[in-house]
Design a protein around this ligand. Sequence first.
Ligand code: EPU
Length: 443
Amino acid sequence: MTAVNPKADVLHVVGGKPLTGSIHVRGAKNFVSKAMVAALLAPGVSILKNVPEIRDVQVVSDLLRLHGVSVDVEPEEGVVTIDATHVELADVADVDTLSGSSRIPILFSGPLLHRLGEAFIPALGGCKIGSRPIDFHLETLRKLGAKVDKEHEAGIHITAPDGLHGAKIHLPYPSVGATEQTLLAAVLAEGKTELSGAATEPEIMDLVAVLQKMGAQISVDVDRTIRIEGVKSLQGYRHTSLPDRIEAASWASAALATHGDIFVRGAHQPDMMTYLNVFRKIGGEFDVRDDGIRFWHPGGDLKPVAIETDVHPGFMTDWQQPLVVAMTQAKGLSIVHETVYENRFGFTKPLVQMGATIQLYRECLGSLPCRFQQRNFEHSAVIFGPTPLTGQDIDVPDLRGGFSHLIAALAASGPSEVHGISLIDRGYEDFRDKLVALGADID
Ligand code: EPU
């Protein structure tokens, strides 16, 4: 991966201008990377379309190539062609160069166990928004018959001397990653796997669609149970990714926070219904069209709202940070109860320095069952508005928090310097060009 030039990693923003215009959102970051891993399950060629040019795609491409797989990325067309006919064990030192860059490598476990009988997984990265353990992943792999050796200093070594076998697995929490882990490991395991307590996010359903195209037998019950009947072999696929509903909602929140008007080409209503309900409640307006959704601030005061983040079909945790910026401009008290990650409000500190009034609480300010009750995590926030925001120097803490800081800087009066901006490239394609297209004053 190319090193980041520290000077190029700062964005100068002069805020106070509404963002107006049209931008295009392509495939979902949290699906595309998993579909690329799925290609590893089958010897042959897979073709994935609507792929955005983001760093996570680069990381997965690099990791696939280190395992001898051919990956051809055409960024303009958004097409990735993967030929996984040949797969080989990667050099541990090479794999280690990618450690800390993403959480996707853990999902290589199942496919590599099927193709090679062993896998080496580097230390994982991803956003620092909680402890983010991988106990569910490892337990799932063990249940399917894998042996997990965590003693290796550079990562985890996993083997399956007797192959993987179907099993009954229950997830204590509907984890997106652990559900994907089970799917990718069980499709070629011998016999039947029953996964209860599974996550059913649209990105997971699109992964199920890909696996079905490859020849897998998977059914999803209404009660979060996924049943997988192992097959002997799979074939390559052709698939077009579903759009990125997190990026689409981020731009919608940017329209609200800056009094703007943004047409998000590619935004897909069915995957965003929960967000759209809240967008309407806070006072935003939207118009669903054939090729996307127009989001705008109609003028007047925004209204306060109370939300609780949850697994699908609840309000996504990744939608909350950009919306919190809009909440600072709503008249009255808004509440956010974060039930997915224990530590996802670090991004509010710079917002307070910019003039927002945000108080964090350890208590659950909501009624959803929450794993963080009686624990020491500040996982509820009360936002009082409207408060004018003023520009500041900001360090990007994580992907979604960083995007919300950008929005805050654009909504604020005066100049801001946003440092560490390249972190946002992990999940927001061409965001600098999109901001310019929307009339933002950035340099
Ligand atoms: N968890 C465990 N043990 C595990 C796995 C998860 O305790 O083995 C806990 C986590 O600590 C967390 C909760 O379960 O508190 C949910 O985690 P989940 O496994 O669902 O998240 P993930 O698969 O690691 C994906 C997305 C996240 C998104 C979450 C929830 C990717 C690459 N990441 O993470 O996206 O927030 O699902 O929808 O798909 C982002 O895009 O910025 C992002 C963080």
